[in-house]
Design a protein around this ligand. Structure first.
Ligand code: GLU
Length: 484
């Protein structure tokens, strides 16, 4: 039975890279009927916050990445391998037990070097053109020396004793064979002076105790992996399968960051991307099917995902493709569902939709074909509910011409005397007016559109006019003539 985990450090919101890692773990678990675990790695006491934990839960739930085991937003825990939060595991003495074991069998040792001393050593190594790694100064301290250092008030950290030679390697499920020479590795800190474990140590203990079968994470962790493998070996444990996902780059080929725009899942949510879009889009960051399928139906990713389809070369985050995909998912919704998901954005914009001339659902659906983001909907439908904001360029182009006044006045009269104020009748009357006055259809349609909506583009003209209602339209036509 496969067991995988997503193990975020709660030092900020869930970002695109983290969400992609979470998704791939989730999909892997679903595909093989495995277990998806959420473990909170809050061993960075200074940077971990409860708000970050909350925000990570929220983003994962929004993306539909529900976990089978782990800490839950209501404070409870699901699963029998808990606690699932590293600070709670630390408090339970879990890491200490294994640190002690490694101290006893000589694979770990206390190090008393102060930050200032370490800094000094680093500088010296640099000057002497040696790699700036810890040289193991405290590896063989006598008990007497330790007592002396402790008497000076020094609090030790615990370091792992790395083998001096040999190679540490693994067969990565994505990167194939990866190897590091042990002499390039270093005696890393397993337990800080505060007694808190570091990531590389806690991660191994937890992955082992939680019986993780596959570690799937970003390839920014590749350099940590040989350190972790050495711990597994020192404790006589089996190393899980390892898969390192490709890096995500921005369109300019540099590592995806704030410079490229929104980075957190929450920001994408606020901008009006749908969770379906994000899942589909993230799935394609470093993974593809043989036939490069782009859009996946519900449940299809769970079925088709496979680590074999993961690439090792970097993935490029393409916002244009993301927007295209969001438009695709917006179009897949029924108009009722579209209204439901657009409503928070409409409300946030404060549009007085209770005075809607026709059911709001129909107004929102008018441009469903064109929406790319839910957040753009309020601006696009605003003219139904508020005074028209005329786009100066549109006024210049379509209203400031010698015929415009005649057209708007004529159309106003035509509409005022129309029997049924319905799309078909409006269209017929508008065309008849154009013909009778020897105008081309477009010559009439364009100024009328700008007069009633303020814009040169927008929904189907005559349906929009019907929805606006006769009174509104007549008032706007009159008002527009004053702009000429
Ligand atoms: N807490 C680590 C991170 O957020 C987890 C890395 C891992 O999956 O091992 O990067």
């Amino acid at each position: 039975m496969n067991r995988v985990r997503f193990a975020p450090s709660p030092t900020g919101h869930l970002h695109i890279g983290g969400a992609r890692t979470a998704l791939f773990n989730y999909l892997f678990a679903k595909k093989y009927s495995g277990t998806f675990i959420l473990r909170i790695e809050d061993t960075d006491e200074l940077r971990s916050t409860d708000e970050s934990v909350k925000s990570i839960y929220e983003s994962m739930q929004w993306l539909g990445l529900n976990w089978d085991e782990g800490a839950m937003p209501d404070g409870s825990e699901k699963g029998s391998f808990g606690p699932y939060v590293q600070s709670a595991r630390e408090a339970a003495g879990i890491y200490k037990k294994y640190a002690d074991e490694l101290l006893e069998n000589g694979r770990a040792y206390h190090c008393y070097c102060t930050p200032a001393e370490l800094d000094e050593m680093r500088k010296k190594a640099q000057l002497e053109k040696r790699p700036p790694k810890y040289e193991g100064l405290c590896r063989n301290l006598s008990e007497a020396k330790k007592r002396e250092l402790e008497a000076q008030g020094r609090k030790p950290v615990i370091r792992f004793r790395m083998p001096d030679d040999g190679v540490t390697g693994w067969n990565d499920l994505i990167h194939s064979e990866v190897k590091f020479e042990n002499k390039l590795l270093y005696d890393f800190i397993m337990v800080k002076a505060s007694g808190y474990p570091t990531y590389n140590f806690a991660c191994v203990i937890d992955d082992h105790l939680m019986e993780i079968t596959h570690v799937i994470r970003g390839d920014d962790h590749i350099s940590n992996t040989p350190l972790q493998i050495n711990i597994y070996q020192a404790l006589g444990w089996k190393v899980p399968e390892l898969a390192h996902l490709s890096m995500i780059l921005g369109p300019d080929g540099t590592r995806l960051s704030k410079r490229h725009g929104a980075t957190s899942v929450g920001e994408y949510r606020n901008q009006g991307y749908l969770p379906q879009t994000m899942r589909n889009y993230l799935a394609l960051l470093g993974w593809s099917t043989v036939d490069s399928q782009q859009i996946f139906k519900e449940g299809e990713l769970e079925e088709k995902f496979d680590l074999k389809g993961c690439q090792k070369s970097p993935a490029i985050f393409d916002p244009v493709k993301l927007n295209w995909m969001n438009g695709e998912y917006i179009r897949q919704h029924s108009k009722e569902k579209l209204l439901e998901i657009a409503m928070p954005y409409i409300q946030a914009a404060g549009l007085p939709v209770d005075k809607s001339p026709v059911p709001l659902v129909d107004i929102v659906a008018l441009e469903q074909e064109k929406y790319k983001l839910l957040s753009e909907i309020p601006t696009l439908i605003e003219f139904f509910f508020r005074d028209v904001k005329y786009d100066p360029a549109a006024v210049e182009k379509t209203l400031k011409n010698p015929e415009a006044k005649k057209i708007l006045e004529g159309i106003r009269e035509t509409y005022a005397s129309l029997g049924q104020f319905k799309e078909i009748e409006i269209e017929a009357a508008t065309r008849a007016f154009a013909k009778a006055n020897a105008f081309k259809a477009g010559q009439v349609f364009h100024p009328v559109r700008v007069a009633v909506s303020g814009r040169t583009d927008g929904p189907t003209l005559f349906r929009m006019i019907e929805y606006l209602g006769r009174e509104n339209v007549l008032r706007r036509l009159t008002h527009a003539t004053t702009l000429l």
